[in-house]
Write a new protein. Structure first.
Length: 239
């Protein structure tokens, strides 16, 4: 007589768990999973880009994935101007709140998948928006450096004030006497600070920047004058 154990009974009666079906569609009886190379190929054929090889299509898909990740940090104003699909916009915004490694990895894959459905002109617009953000950041950094250069020179060099007013930006400065007084006050505040060898190299400017109102105000006036000069130049170029 064959004995049947309780374990054998359980194994015989257990109902296998149903697997979550993959998303996709059938073509001539063949199942095509969404996001697969075959899926990309079929969609490329519909878009008229069938002449691309599978390698080219995979490369394009990877590039769109990277572009989608970069769009997460795009400034809201530039992002809004792209007129992206609502689901992709929502995914980009959600990505800023997802930090757990596994969840973020899956979410970035979702963004890459959604990017594949964008028309080529939208992809190009997204690339231009990222370039505009990068160029704008570099331009802003350059403006800060120029303003800081002039502030330090005005404070440290005796002839710098005369040089400033002889420059195109200096001509955009308002009250000349008030500006000279501001430079003198900033210089006075800086002279009260400990010598660099007493605080460590470069620490004196940091201290005066935190404590001197004149030091901060001088930077703002220099920055404003430089910006006004740039605006005048742009208007002249347009005319």
């Amino acid at each position: 007589m064959i004995q049947t154990s309780a374990q054998d009974v359980r194994q015989a009666t257990e109902i296998p768990m149903a697997r979550k079906p993959k998303k996709g569609y059938y073509v001539n009886g063949q199942f095509v999973p969404e996001g697969s190379e075959l899926d990309i190929e079929f969609k490329a054929e519909l878009k008229g880009t069938y002449d691309k090889s599978r390698t080219d299509l995979k490369k394009d898909s990877d590039q769109r994935q990277l572009l989608g990740v970069a769009l997460i940090d795009l400034r809201p104003k530039l992002l809004a101007g792209l007129d992206l699909p609502e689901r992709l916009m929502s995914a980009l915004n959600d990505a800023k709140r997802i930090h757990e490694h596994g969840a973020r990895k899956r979410h970035l894959q979702l963004i890459g998948k959604l990017m594949r459905y964008l028309e080529e002109d939208v992809v190009q617009a997204a690339e231009m928006a990222l370039q505009e953000q990068h160029t704008g950041s570099a331009s802003e950094a350059a403006k800060v450096q120029v303003a800081e250069y002039w502030r330090e020179r005005l404070i440290s060099a005796d002839d710098a004030v005369t040089e400033w007013f002889a420059s195109p930006a200096g001509a955009a400065t308002g009250d000349v006497q008030a500006f000279r007084s501001l430079v003198r006050q900033a210089h006075k505040d800086l002279s009260k600070m400990p010598a660099p060898e007493e605080t460590g190299d470069g620490e004196a400017p940091k201290l005066v920047a935190k404590t001197s109102k004149a030091y901060k105000e001088l930077y703002q006036q220099v920055r404003s004058a430089l910006a006004l000069k740039q605006n005048v130049d742009q208007d002249q170029d347009q005319n």
